[in-house]
Ligand binder design. Structure first.
Ligand code: 13P
Length: 284
């Protein structure tokens, strides 16, 4: 099957004033839940997989499972590798069938980040696969990556990074963080807007869990076209299980438990998709 093109999907979203949700799934029920939410709202999504999830199932098994799930809908469902710090693993996912990969070398010196991200971009382009790159420090914990607060991205360095790598989607650190926010979030909306207005590379926002409706709407109005959500799905899954068990302490049917977790994830994904289509639309 021809790969779905991340840059084209995100460019369309940007043009039409919405953002595509990239949801980190971690097993079959979570993938099924995300696909069904996208289907019910007739909106494209990304099934995003962490390196940990790829390693748990193995690329072939995970790809096969996700591919079965996406056949449940006619809306575009793209497979995206999230925060990959291992270039060789990114190549394996490219070869296996992922539509896009994020290579995250933001912890390395700028020249190394540019060089290796650019190499992956060249490798991926031959197979019609898009590449996302990161610049600056997006703090918090995302699977095995634990980043302390650090420097955010700036406009001039972003241009150098985009020019040097040729990437298809760009995740600049703009003040969001992975995980649950413990203090007030200050976002660099100006950088999102300036990059969106002056470059053709779609801007990606990480750390979607816990942002407010107003923050989402403003980021999208500034041109952000991909928003990542992971922690909210994990909470939904576990809380769905806990609530079910609380109400049915003697239940030993895994299908019922499994369905409760799936329903909870489906509602959470749908809720985010709705928030990523602000009613006013348009750019500011
Ligand atoms: P959250 O876990 O904060 O939603 O962040 C998700 C993310 O950015 C994945 O790359």
């Amino acid at each position: 099957m021809a790969r779905l093109n991340l840059k084209e999907q995100l460019t369309d979203a940007k043009r039409n004033g919405y953002a595509i949700g990239a949801f980190n799934i971690f097993d079959c029920p979570s993938a099924r839940a995300a696909v069904d939410a996208a289907d019910s709202l007739k909106t494209p999504i990304l099934l995003q997989t962490s390196v940990g999830t790829v390693k748990k199932f193995g690329p072939e098994e995970l790809f096969g499972m996700m591919d079965l799930m996406r056949k449940r809908t006619a809306v575009p469902v793209l497979f995206h590798l999230d925060h990959c710090t291992e270039p060789e693993l990114a190549k394996v996912c490219i070869d296996t069938g992922w539509d896009s990969v994020m290579i995250d070398l933001s912890a390395r010196p700028l020249d190394e980040n540019i060089r290796i991200t650019g190499e992956i971009k060249k490798y991926a382009a031959v197979k019609g696969v898009c590449v996302e790159g990161e610049l600056g420090v997006i703090s918090g914990v995302e699977e095995e990556i634990n980043a302390e607060e650090g420097e955010l991205a700036d406009y001039e360095t972003s241009l150098v990074f985009l020019e040097g790598t040729g990437i298809d989607a760009f995740a600049p650190a703009v003040g969001t963080a992975h995980g649950v926010y413990k203090k007030e979030v200050k976002l660099n909306y100006d950088l999102v807007r300036k990059l969106s207005e002056t470059t053709a590379v779609p801007v990606v926002i990480h750390g979607g869990t816990g942002l407010s409706d107003e923050q989402f709407a403003r980021l999208i109005a500034c041109g952000a076209s991909k928003i990542n959500v992971s922690t909210a799905l994990k909470y939904a899954y576990i809380n769905g299980l806990k609530e079910y068990l609380h109400g049915h302490p003697e239940e030993y049917d895994p299908i019922k438990l499994n369905s409760a977790a799936e329903k909870s994830v489906r509602e959470t994904v749908a809720n985010h998709i709705i928030r990523f289509k602000p009613k006013s639309g348009g750019r500011i």
